[in-house]
Design a protein around this ligand. Structure first.
Ligand code: GTP
Ligand code: MG
Length: 471
């Protein structure tokens, strides 16, 4: 084994790409919460904090400085009228021990609905923020619908602005019960949802100082405790590779950089790549000769691993002497692959049922509508074969056989793609059931920075759902 190899258990605790979106109604304090966390974790430069304090103090009436820390440029808050309103989505990295958590701050304003869907689409987990003074609003429900609609597990509800209600426990309990009822109505599992009362203004419930007593975790403790085990590790192995991330390395052979989305990968295991265009007379498989972390945070984490769990970006050496593996993995019309083990494979499909959300489209989407579907790393031209039922975000039940779907609506549809793609159903591996819909056949764009890859310049998103005949 490599000199500085570290023990396998340690590798299981090292997660290098967890994305958590913060969502909720407009002005409920999402950005201030994230900004306050940055300050309390000492992750903001004095210069930036001073600028935010001065900018906030100059507003009429004066504002808190924290929400301004989420802007990427100084021009943004001015363009947003000095309000601190989030228009795009932005992200911050919180290093905690061996993990880095990326918090994605999403907009609450309905005008930026597409950016909000985009932010949530990029997440592994979601956190809902509810202003304890205002209580549940339509943006709160929208956020919950989108989380559920994209199969992103809700891990916490943060109650903000406790200072505005003088830390009155009765008011908190009232709003908390209201939220819990809404979660139950939406069939969201409340067992694993943490509750967190805070005040970004007073810095309570954020890192060390609690709002009342030991009863509830702080925002930091919730993020620190995020655990892939309960959600992704127990699922079958899935690794997502982009076509551009395969290389031939002298002395090693073929190396691929990919993200373990679920399950655990073990050294020596044989993995199979999908989709398979059938250019060889056999399955596209490879033995995993070695595993390393692709973004090791320190020198003692650069060695070979015996196994690696969901949430890690890895570099693997692949071996198959029988076929020209690199040729296949670099094939032009496939932009990415999912690898799995032989005993629990991905089953590619070109026809499936999906639940979609139209985030931003000026026209009406009817049967026969063509678009580009981007699932995981791969994309294909797709068509809406049938619109089965639809509802608006506010409605509770679907109505059948609608003529069209429009912006702000959720629909169940049958989709056909021009060739088979690797996409899971949400009851099996929710994180690999999601897709983005782009209008026009070749408008796919992805963003290289950070873990935040799919910036939605498309018009909607969806997830593949299980159908009766697939059960
Ligand atoms: N009193 C008090 N005000 C707060 C607190 N947190 C945020 N605010 C104020 O609430 C307003 C909205 O805060 P933001 O953090 O910008 O809210 P947001 O949810 O990010 O808003 P959008 O991005 O527009 O959806 C601002 O005026 C903040 O100063 C808090 O803990 N206490
Ligand atoms: Mg905001």
């Amino acid at each position: 084994m490599h000199d500085n190899a570290f023990n396998a258990e340690e590798s299981m605790n090292y997660i290098n790409s967890i994305n958590v979106s913060i969502c909720g109604h407009i002005d409920h304090g999402k950005s201030a919460l994230a900004g306050r966390l940055l300050v309390d974790c000492k992750l903001v430069s004095q210069k930036k904090l001073k600028w935010a304090e001065e900018f906030a103090a100059a507003q009429k009436p004066p504002e808190l400085p924290y929400q301004y820390l989420l802007y990427r440029t100084k021009l943004e808050p001015t363009l947003a009228g000095g309000t601190g309103r989030t228009e795009k989505f932005s992200w911050i990295h919180i290093p905690i021990g061996n993990k880095t958590i990326t918090l994605i701050d999403t907009p609450g304003h309905t005008r930026y609905y597409k950016n909000r869907v985009s932010g949530i689409f990029n997440s592994d987990f979601g956190i809902l923020v509810v202003d304890v003074n205002e209580g549940v609003r339509e943006g709160t429900l929208e956020a919950l619908y989108i989380l559920k609609g994209l199969g992103v597990p809700l891990i916490a509800v943060v109650f903000s602005k406790l200072d505005l209600v003088d830390y009155l426990k009765e008011r908190f309990e009232e709003v908390k019960n209201d939220v819990l009822k809404k979660l139950k109505d939406l069939d969201i599992d409340t067992e694993t949802v943490k509750i967190c009362p805070t005040s970004a203004k007073d810095g309570k419930g954020i890192t060390n100082e609690k709002v009342w007593d030991e009863e509830y975790p702080t925002f930091f403790e919730i993020i620190q405790g995020i655990n892939y085990k309960n959600f992704y590790e127990k699922l079958p192995l899935r690794i997502v590779f982009r076509r551009d991330d395969f290389f031939r390395v002298t002395g090693i052979g073929i190396v691929g950089i990919g993200e373990v989305k679920s399950g655990t990968l073990r050294k020596g295991e044989t993995i199979i790549f999908q989709p398979d265009t059938g250019i060889f007379n056999e399955n596209i498989t490879a033995r995993v000769k070695s595993i390393k972390l692709a973004r090791p945070p320190s020198q003692n984490l650069t060695g070979d691993l015996e196994k690696v769990a969901a949430g890690n970006l890895i570099s693997v050496a692949l071996h198959n002497p029988r076929i020209n593996l690199l040729n296949y993995l670099k094939e032009e019309n496939i932009s990415g692959h999912i690898a799995s083990t032989l005993d629990s494979q991905v089953l590619p499909t070109n026809q499936f049922q999906a639940e979609i959300i139209i985030a931003d489209y000026p026209g009406l989407v009817r049967k026969g509508f063509q678009f580009t579907l981007m699932a995981n790393c791969d994309h294909a031209v797709a068509e809406i074969e049938e619109i089965l039922e639809k509802k608006s975000l506010e409605e509770n039940s679907f109505f059948k056989n609608p003529q069209y779907i429009k912006e702000g609506e959720i629909a169940k549809v049958n989709i056909r793609t021009e060739r088979k793609i690797a996409i899971e159903s949400d009851d099996k591996i929710p994180i690999l059931s999601k897709f983005v819909m782009y209008s026009g056949p070749s408008s796919v764009r992805s963003r290289g920075d950070s873990n935040v890859k799919h910036v939605l310049d498309g018009f909607g998103t969806g997830k593949r759902i299980k159908t009766a005949d697939e059960s």
